[in-house]
Design a protein around this ligand. Structure first.
Ligand code: NDP
Ligand code: GDR
Length: 341
């Protein structure tokens, strides 16, 4: 019988790549989708016709129990979150509820549905759980590169909410013997990345300028440094983590760091443009507390899971610029539901 996976956050960037990957591995894939008329569900259905949808919301415990009861998954991937860091200052409580407490509700749904009771510290319950933890938990880093043992100093309500979900996942593993793991993933991008994140904002900005649809691009802090990889590579790591003999947490990244300035330079260069003529520094886009640098040490994943990234920074940026030029040239609208390559 085909293995069955339930993915929360199915309408997001990672949900789409993970669903494609699992379908290719022969899985029966279910996506948890919220809302009455969520336009992102129809976009997802166009791309992933074989994914079955179950309704549910990370804010609603009963809906998660019903979803898990109905799907009876072998593997649950909890990717759903408010994931845009600046929004977490504007809606801190909602971020705590969805990105933090949502993890508790999902773990409880699995615990209840698989009959794991308090005090039963056996490796009970067959469902395996993946939590989408984040390098934002490291925040103001104590050491670089960051490993599975590096301490956390989150710098945003988002990072704090992710740290809660991370520790809770470890706690359910230790308290109930559940197969529950966290992937501490560093920034990963693709042509399906949301337009609010800096990589896609830049590649869409470059495409608009190249096609004469815009004359400038406003950005915040150009000095921040990140470890950027390709989302398609990172979803493979999520799957590998749930196939390991023992449940453990892993850092996933490329081990290479670039600044926002270098990202901008690479994207404009890929389109044959000089960035300094178009980029405007906008102080209002700076964050109340910034994460200055993040860089992964993915050695554990390489040694124990055999995981390696396959797409370089330059190839990733070129892929996104090309995709956005093609999208806008064909009259596509990145904010509309048909825009996923
Ligand atoms: P996206 O922002 O693209 O997707 C977020 C998903 O969460 C959407 O499908 C959204 O659905 C869903 N969601 C939001 N609120 C709720 C809710 N109340 N109930 C159920 N679902 C909800 O994120 P990514 O795909 O980029 O990231 C996936 C996960 O990985 C997130 O948890 C993110 O925080 C984490 N992460 C991402 C990294 C990255 O670089 N991309 C790095 C490290 C961690 P809807 O369509 O309904 O809004
Ligand atoms: P991040 O990604 O906060 O690292 O979180 P984002 O792309 O938003 O920012 C990266 C860096 O770029 C700087 N920056 C700007 N960012 C945005 N969005 N817009 C701008 O105009 C701009 N100018 C400069 C930021 O200050 C920051 O330093 C992402 C999300 O996917 C999280 O969900 C995930 O957990 C982490 O990556 C790992």
């Amino acid at each position: 019988m085909a293995r069955r996976a339930l993915i929360t956050g199915i309408t997001g960037q990672d949900g789409s790549y993970l669903a494609e990957h699992l379908l290719a591995q022969g899985y029966e894939v279910w996506g948890l989708a919220r809302g009455q008329a969520n336009p992102r569900v129809s976009r997802m259905r166009k791309l992933l016709a074989d994914v079955q949808v179950v309704r549910g919301d990370l804010l609603d415990q009963g809906s998660l129990i019903s979803a898990v009861e109905r799907v009876q998954p072998d593997e649950v991937y909890n990717l759903g979150a408010i994931s845009f860091v600046p929004m977490s200052w504007e809606q801190a409580e909602l971020t705590a509820e969805v990105t933090g407490m949502g993890v508790l509700r999902m773990l409880e749904a699995i615990r209840v549905c698989s009959g794991v009771s308090r005090g039963s510290n056996t490796r009970s319950g067959q469902m395996r759980f993946y939590q989408a933890s984040s390098s934002e938990m490291f925040g103001q880093v104590a050491e670089t590169p960051q490993t599975e043992r590096t301490g956390f100093h989150p710098r945003s309500p988002y990072g704090v909410a992710k740290a809660y979900g991370h520790f809770l996942t470890q706690n359910y593993r230790e308290s109930y013997g559940m197969y529950a793991v966290s992937g501490i993933l560093f920034n990963h991008e693709s042509p399906r990345r949301g337009a609010e994140f800096v990589t896609r904002k830049v590649t869409l900005g470059v495409a608009r300028i190249k096609l004469g649809l815009a004359s400038e691009l406003r950005l915040g802090n150009l000095e921040a440094r990140r470890d950027w990889g390709f989302a398609g590579d990172y979803v493979r790591a999520m799957h590998l983590m749930l196939q390991a003999a023992a449940p453990e947490d892993y850092v996933i990244g490329t081990g290479r760091m670039k600044s926002v300035r270098e990202l901008v330079e690479a994207a404009f260069t890929a389109a044959g443009l000089d960035w300094e003529q178009y980029v405007i520094r906008d102080q209002t886009l700076h964050r109340p507390a910034e994460v200055d640098l993040l860089c992964a040490d993915p050695k554990k994943a390489r040694v124990q899971l055999g995981w390696e990234p396959t797409v370089s920074f330059d190839d990733l940026v070129a892929m996104m610029v090309e995709s956005d030029i093609r999208l806008l040239s064909n009259g596509g609208d990145p904010d509309q539901d048909s825009s996923w390559p």
